[in-house]
Ligand binder design. Structure first.
Ligand code: DMJ
Length: 643
């Protein structure tokens, strides 16, 4: 992914105050009279002009033109759900970077540094105007098509019952993944207790805010409940029933998708769209599906650029989008526009609207065609020219989840997406040839590449690559399979080595000037409850069943308890090399969605969210493998395998 935190990327824009203008009373009166005349005129015109439906769509928000109906399933509570047969059909057609980057995200200017694309296009006319109209009418006709089935959020064809029949195994396993070994089960219970503790404190002090600040016992800015959406599936798989129901109620009553603030397309996609999709697939609650698709629609204007490569920031209320102020020359970030594929494919599956898949396939095609230095993908690309802007390559922040989504797109397509497969394995070859290094002490690591010069640094974020290379090992060339599994294990080992002496790891560690997986700069020594190292333990455990991965995971649990648990939640720490820790007062939402979920899975049986059926998005939200042949096959009725 592209960053370290969420709240700073979704905030309100400053309003304009009329009283501050210093006008005299009579002037104010004339001004108001003029204004109301103008408004009446415009409004009248809106309704009398031909094709007024389209205009209404553009000017009025969707909820005003098409009332949102939440699904019937929304009344179910999870207890009932857990009791009832899980394949019980819901009515059809219901309404539907870390390190450097994190600092840069925080310095995002309040005003867009690049002018708002959509506004520019509206004013400019010409081709850009045509593109905008095309986009609008495409979106409209899709919504019109599905309005008949309610709100435009669902297709007439998606059947939850059929989806469940196409799974090879029950999502929660035979006994919710409970391990038979008592010691492992105790560890799993401990992780569940940590989740409950993190959640209870969030609920008590920061309900509805994005994150909990556990030292000051309040919420971190933003009222769109990032921690709630990110937690839904974790609460559900852990059987935290009451907590899950509170979260679901909040989504139903308080999730405001019309928030007129700056949002990162990437973050909204991985946390919100991903979180809602998983919640839907796990529970069958129509509410989550409708919200996911409603949100997906709001992201579409960000793709309205000359190349179709989306810009990084979007205002969900107005649809205007722009590039990050810190990204050079108005460029878009590889890990951001390259981390949409999984969720967007599912949006098309659920809505029946091809537009989402079209958008991500267009990105894919451009990246496949473009010339790549030494076969590598640089981190910055211009959404206007479609050319690379800088030659910085990294498997950590700014690049990371792009590679992850290539292999996962292939796996999620039931191994039918051959382009994704080819792109992944050739990227991996280029990475091995140019970035993978061995330190003097024998540790394998991924360096960063700056126009041909290696920077012998590895970010905590790059530690996800142990798991990624592991899950991709089996589909590589036969003679490479063992090699990939070994590489995955070596990288995971290196990342474990960086976890010392608090048994938590720094944001970035180096392999030069005698350093062996240690942070040499003070500014790289923090740990913000990130999941990547634990994520790789979880995958390596599933792939090898080497008990050391569970032991390493347990080490991390103890370290989190000792150094990050405070009276009212969990907090990141400023220096992993100091045993008397200093807390950063932030319980990140990915701690609940990823870190604790991966730990729980590590201590569960493999049949809890089995990898034969599920891929995890980059925020650890599980998405089901799309078995097209099964889903399209009417004869699947007999093939009952689901619970
Ligand atoms: C999460 O939001 C995601 O894992 C993303 O891909 C990277 N950053 C954080 C966790 O570190």
């Amino acid at each position: 992914g592209g960053n370290g935190g969420f709240s700073m990327v979704f905030r309100k824009l400053p309003g304009v105050s009329a009283s501050g203008m210093g006008l005299r009373l009579s002037q104010k009166f004339v001004f108001l009279l003029f204004l109301s005349g103008l408004v009446t005129l415009c409004f009248g015109a809106l309704f009398f002009l031909p094709d007024s439906v389209r205009l209404k769509r553009i000017f009025l928000s969707k909820t005003e033109t098409q009332p949102v109906t939440v699904g019937s399933g929304s009344e179910n509570d999870v207890r009932e759900h857990l009791k009832r047969p899980k394949d019980q059909e819901h009515p059809r057609g219901m309404a539907s970077v870390k390190g450097e980057t994190s600092t840069k995200l925080k310095s995002l200017s309040r005003k867009p540094s690049v002018s708002h694309e959509a506004t520019e296009e509206r004013l400019a006319g010409g081709k850009a105007q045509e593109d905008l109209t095309l986009l609008r009418s495409k979106t409209e006709s899709a919504s019109e098509k599905s309005t008949s089935s309610d709100h435009g959020a669902t297709s007439d064809t998606f059947s939850y019952k059929k989806f469940k029949r196409c799974l090879l195994r029950p999502p929660l396993g035979t006994d919710d993944g409970k391990p038979s070994d008592p010691k492992t089960n105790e560890r799993r219970e401990k992780v569940k207790e940590m989740m409950k503790f993190a959640w209870d404190n969030y609920k008590r002090y920061a309900w509805g805010k994005n994150e909990l600040q556990p030292l000051t016992r309040n919420g971190h800015i933003g009222n769109i409940g990032a921690s709630i959406i990110d937690s839904l599936d974790t609460l559900y798989i852990m059987g935290l029933v009451e907590e899950y129901n509170d979260a679901k109620d909040w989504v139903q009553t308080s999730l405001d998708l019309n928030s007129n603030g700056e949002a990162s397309l990437f973050e909204v996609n991985i946390r919100y769209v991903g979180g809602l999709l998983s919640a839907y697939y796990l529970t069958g609650e129509e509410l989550f599906k409708n919200k996911a698709v409603e949100l997906g629609e709001k992201l579409l204007p960000a793709f309205n650029t000359p190349t179709g490569i989306p810009r990084g920031v979007i205002n969900l209320g107005s649809g205007t989008s722009w590039s990050w102020g810190w990204a050079s020359a108005g460029s878009s970030i590889l890990a951001e526009f390259g981390t949409l594929h999984l969720e967007f494919v599912h949006l098309t599956e659920l809505s029946g609207n091809p537009i989402y898949t079209e958008k991500v396939m267009n990105i894919r095609k451009l990246l496949n065609k473009i010339e790549k230095p030494h076969g590598l993908y640089p981190n910055f690309l211009s959404p206007v020219s479609g050319n690379w802007v800088q030659h910085h390559v990294s498997i950590g922040g700014l690049g990371d989840s792009f590679y992850e989504y290539l292999i996962k797109s292939y796996l999620m397509s039931d191994k039918t997406d051959d382009d994704a497969k080819k792109m992944y394995y050739s990227a991996l070859e280029a990475i091995e040839a140019n970035l993978v290094q061995k330190s003097p002490g024998g540790l394998t690591y991924m360096a960063e590449w700056r126009g041909g010069i290696l920077d012998h640094k590895m970010g905590h974020l790059a530690c996800f690559s142990g798991g990624m290379i592991g899950i991709g090992a089996d589909d590589g060339a036969p003679e490479k399979r063992q090699h990939y599994l070994d590489l995955a294990a070596e990288i995971t080992h290196t990342c474990h080595e960086s976890y010392t002496p608090t048994k938590l790891g720094p944001e970035a560690f180096r392999f030069d000037s005698g350093a062996e997986a240690t942070a040499t700069r003070l500014s790289d020594r923090y740990y913000i409850l990130r999941p990547e190292v634990i994520e790789s333990y979880m995958y390596m455990w599933r792939l090898t069943h080497d008990p050391k991965y569970r032991e390493w995971g347990w080490e991390a649990v103890q370290a989190l308890e000792e150094h990050c648990r405070v009276e009212s939640g969990f907090s990141g720490i400023r220096d992993v090399y100091t045993l008397t820790v200093s807390h950063d007062n932030m319980q990140q939402s990915f701690f609940l969605s990823e870190t604790l979920k991966y730990l729980y899975l590590l201590f569960s049986d493999d049949d809890l969210l089995p990898l034969e059926d599920w891929v995890f998005n980059t925020e650890a939200h599980p998405l089901p493998i799309v078995r097209k042949s099964c889903l399209q096959d009417e004869a699947t009725q007999d093939k009952t395998v689901s619970e």
